[in-house]
Design a protein around this ligand. Structure first.
Ligand SMILES: [Zn+2]
Length: 299
């Protein structure tokens, strides 16, 4: 979530600008988790920051758990989405049983934390505030009915798996946001995790999708070997050498045609690029000149 443009939210937030919090979103490895470090140092400031977060995320929070004397922290509170079942009658309309939790902690600024935590010791201002949001809301927040069909993370995941067949996760997110922009309430949809998943979620889906189709990134050969026969039937030759370091040669039908050219026997151009994927493998393209364009003959 971008906290750099608080002005856009209007006077209500502007009046809180006197706090001028620095908020840094951290990478997380878990799906459906957001993690921030913030410059607030007291409970009062933390609650002001939470109001800004509420404006930004169109979500609302109620206190779930307090820690009067938290260990190692100046302050610690856990909040629940206001559409959780807490304080609701089971049949109540606001009882959506949403399980999203937001935890706020403030680390003590001591000689020790300054030394051990670079976000306190080396960041200006120090960021002793820790905010972690877990799970996705199971309800839409402010959306039009036109997008109801998109609801539910399984549908959304399928849509992204379609994107992954043609593009990387970053491109998929951009394309998806462009599509949402064209809808009614597009800007609101983009802010809602039910329609626009968090980057961590998209990367998690991509990792799982990739593992399913191509095997684990560190050991892709087993899956590749099992597909060679099918590739050959489709006209693409794939030769695998699994001695360390492993090596794969790919020759598509158009590359085979280019290899038959006289020029391919006379001049070739070799171009290597390293660290092209998660396994840090190199790709070497062998090309030759043709009348129209430089044509790859091998990968
Ligand atoms: Zn919720």
């Amino acid at each position: 979530m971008d906290f750099s443009d608080e002005e856009e939210l209007g006077n209500d937030v502007l009046s809180r600008k006197k706090f001028n919090f620095q908020t840094k979103q951290l990478e997380t490895t878990e799906a459906d988790t957001e993690s921030y470090r913030v410059s607030f140092t007291t409970k009062e400031e933390a609650l002001e920051w939470l109001k800004i977060y509420e404006d930004k995320s169109k979500s609302h929070w109620i206190v779930d758990k307090t820690f009067p004397n938290p260990d190692r922290y100046a302050y610690r509170h856990i909040f629940k989405c206001n559409l959780s079942k807490r304080n609701k009658t089971p049949q109540g309309i606001r009882n959506q049983q949403c399980t999203v939790l937001l935890e706020i902690k403030i680390k003590l600024i001591t000689k020790d934390t300054r030394k051990k935590d670079p976000l306190i010791g080396k960041n200006d201002p120090p960021l002793p505030g820790i905010v972690i949001v877990r799970n996705s809301h199971n309800h839409h927040i402010e959306v039009g009915d036109s997008m109801q069909y998109l609801r539910g993370s399984e549908n959304l995941r399928k849509i992204f798996e379609e994107y992954f067949t043609e593009m990387a996760p970053g491109q998929a997110m951009r394309l998806h946001e462009e599509k949402l922009s064209l809808k009614e309430n597009g800007e609101i949809l983009k802010a809602d995790g039910h329609f626009n998943p968090l980057p961590n979620t998209v990367y998690y889906w991509h990792r799982e999708w990739r593992k399913k189709h191509f095997g684990p990134p560190q050991h892709p050969l087993e899956t590749l070997n099992s597909k060679c026969e099918q590739y050959e039937k489709d006209g693409t030759t794939v030769v695998v050498s699994d001695e360390a370091p492993w090596c794969v040669l790919v020759c598509t039908p158009i590359m085979k045609r280019a290899q038959a050219l006289k020029s391919a026997g006379e001049i070739i151009f070799i171009d290597s690029t390293d660290t092209v994927d998660a396994s840090h493998s190199n790709v070497t393209v062998i090309s030759t000149a043709t009348k129209i364009v430089v044509q790859s003959i091998k990968l």
